[in-house]
Ligand binder design. Structure first.
Ligand code: GRG
Length: 293
C-alpha cells in the first residue's frame, strides 16, 4: 500500500477510536470536553499513533489490538503540546493551524484540558487487550515512564532551565532524547507489545525509535527556520526568536540536514531483522526525513 494511503487509513481509524473513547463534547462539564476535543481533533500528523500501528503490524499484530496504545500516545502528545503552548511555557498562539487552547478557552481550562488528556491516555491504555508476554500494567508503566519526570517532563525542565543560555551539544541531545525521542520510542514499543512481540523485536524497535525520534527533532528544528507558520500550522522562527539552542544554531543548516540523514540511516539499520515486515516503518522513516511540516 502506498504510504499516503496508509497514513490516511491510520489517521481515520485513530480519529474514530478517539471519538469513541473521549466523552462527547456536550457531556457536562461541556467546556472541558470541548477543549480536549478542540486540541485532539485539530489535524495533527498522528505520527506517534502511525508508528504504534505500524510497529504492531511489523510484529504480526493488527490495528484493532494496537488502537488503545495508538490513541493513548496521541492523548499524551496532545496534552504536552497544550501545556507547552501556555504563557508560562513557550507562550504560543498557533498550534495545528488553529489558535492555541488557552487563546480559545483561557489558561485555566487549557491547563485542565491538558491534565484531562493525560489522564484519559491511561484510561484508554487500561482497556488494551492483555497478551501473553505483556500484562496491561506493564504497558501502562511504559507510558508513565516515558511521560514522567525522567523523560518527557525532564526534557521540558531542561528546556525551561536552558532558556537564554547556550546549551552544549550533549545538553541539546539530552533535551531531544527526553522531549521527543522518548514518546516516539514508547509509541513503537507499545505497538509491538500489543502484538505480543518478542523482547528482541521490542529492543530493535526501541533502537529504531530512539534514532528516528532524534532525527524527528533535528528535522523539526530545521523546519522552524526554513518553513512558514502557514505551512507548519505553528509559529515558525520561534527557536531563533527565543534564542533557543537548536541543531541549526549549533552546527548550521547543512550539517543539521546531514545529521538528520545519519540518524535516519541508523534508525533504518535497526530494522534489519524485520525484513519485508519492516517495509512500512522504513517508508515512514524516509517520509519523515523529507517532510515539509
Ligand atoms: C510536559 C509541558 C510538557 C511539555 C513536554 C513535547 C513537549 C515537552 C513540548 C512540545 C513542543 C515540542 C517542540 C516538542 C518536541 C516534539 C515535537 C517536535 C512535537 C511536535 O510534534 P508533531 O510535529 O506535531 O508530530 P503534530 O501537531 O503533527 O502532532
Amino acid at each position: 500500500m502506498e504510504l499516503s494511503v496508509y497514513l490516511k487509513r491510520c489517521a481515520k481509524d485513530v480519529d474514530a477510536a478517539l471519538d469513541r473513547y473521549l466523552p462527547k463534547a456536550a457531556t457536562k462539564p461541556a467546556t472541558i470536553h470541548r477543549a480536549m476535543r478542540y486540541s485532539l481533533f485539530a489535524g495533527g500528523k498522528r505520527m506517534r499513533p502511525v508508528l504504534a500501528l505500524a510497529a504492531a503490524e511489523a510484529c504480526g499484530g493488527d490495528f484493532s489490538t494496537a488502537l488503545p496504545a495508538a490513541c493513548a500516545v496521541e492523548c499524551v502528545h496532545t496534552y504536552s503540546l497544550v501545556h507547552d503552548d501556555l504563557p508560562c511555557m513557550d507562550d504560543d498562539d498557533l498550534r495545528r493551524g488553529r489558535p492555541t487552547s488557552h487563546k480559545v478557552f483561557g489558561e485555566g481550562i487549557a491547563v485542565l484540558a491538558g491534565d484531562a488528556l493525560l489522564t484519559q491516555a491511561f484510561e484508554i491504555l487500561a482497556q488494551a487487550k492483555p497478551v501473553a508476554r505483556y500484562p496491561v500494567a506493564a504497558m501502562i508503566r511504559e507510558l508513565a515512564v516515558a511521560a514522567g519526570s525522567l523523560k518527557l517532563i525532564a526534557g521540558q525542565v531542561a528546556d525551561l532551565e536552558g532558556e537564554g543560555k547556550k546549551a552544549t551539544r550533549t545538553q541539546l541531545r539530552f533535551i531531544h532524547e527526553c522531549k521527543t525521542a522518548a514518546m516516539i520510542e514508547v509509541s513503537l514499543r507499545l505497538g509491538a507489545m500489543s502484538a505480543n512481540a518478542t523482547p528482541a523485536k521490542v529492543q530493535a524497535l526501541t533502537a529504531f525509535g530512539h534514532n528516528l525520534g532524534l532525527a524527528f527533532q533535528v528535522i523539526d528544528d530545521i523546519l522552524d527556520v526554513t518553513q512558514t507558520s502557514e505551512k507548519l500550522g505553528k509559529s515558525a522562527g520561534k527557536d531563533l526568536a527565543a534564542e533557543k539552542t537548536t541543531y541549526p544554531s549549533v552546527i548550521g543548516l547543512e550539517a543539521s540536514k546531514k545529521e538528520a540523514r545519519r540518524l535516519t540511516d541508523a534508525a533504518l539499520a535497526a530494522l534489519k531483522s524485520f525484513g519485508a515486515k519492516g517495509a512500512t516503518l522504513r517508508a515512514v522513516a524516509d517520509y519523515l526525513l523529507v517532510r515539509e511540516f
